[in-house]
Design a protein around this ligand. Structure first.
Ligand SMILES: [Zn+2]
Length: 185
């Protein structure tokens, strides 16, 4: 007998070295989310993770006039999953931002994530990862647009806060768009 299709999944957005303190585009306290992320992964049978996965010379890099220092260049140590992440629980990885000339904050942008989730009967997506005010936010807004129920795990995300309060504003935007908030455990 095949087990029933799981109706929820956990998306861990960009839990990568470069987004943590010491990395090329560090999120303050980005490395502090992993206890909560690992706890959430133990609670969800189906886990998918995204990676920011850029070619050298990506359009978002300051070297090309973009807003960010070069980061998460594919196959470099900075693009690897952070060592505090319990990688054994990840069933599927989607890479985004691989086109040199387009930015991709959302884990749905140019990936097979939607198809992969629908093939598994997923209706509800729990979201954790980095960073609240960019890739988490855009992934959540896309998931809502695509008709998924979305629950953001507040203790398993962290914001860049380029301007103070950006993370809080992003959370408000996600809630206004229909996301629910929860904590792990
Ligand atoms: Zn990037």
């Amino acid at each position: 007998m095949t087990p029933p299709a799981s109706e929820d999944a956990l998306l861990v957005v960009d839990p990568q070295v470069d987004f943590c303190p010491g990395g090329a585009l560090a999120v303050p306290r980005g490395d502090r989310i992993f206890d909560a992320v690992n706890r959430a992964m133990r609670e969800h049978p189906l886990v998918v993770a995204s990676r920011d996965w850029h070619p050298a010379g990506h359009v978002s890099f300051s070297t090309r006039g973009g807003p960010w220092p070069p980061h998460c260049v594919s196959h470099t140590p900075g693009a690897a999953f952070h060592k505090a992440l319990d990688q054994d629980r990840i069933a599927h990885v989607v890479d985004k931002g691989s086109d040199p000339d387009s930015e991709a904050y959302s884990a749905f942008a140019g990936t097979n994530l939607e198809v992969w989730l629908r093939a598994r009967g997923v209706k509800c997506l729990y979201v954790a990862g980095l960073a609240t005010d960019y890739c988490v936010k855009q992934s959540v807004l896309d998931a809502l647009r695509l008709g998924f129920e979305v629950i953001v795990l507040e203790d398993a995300i962290a914001a860049v806060d380029v301007r103070p309060g950006d993370g809080d504003k992003a959370l408000q935007e996600m809630v206004a768009a229909g996301a629910k908030l929860a904590t792990t455990g």
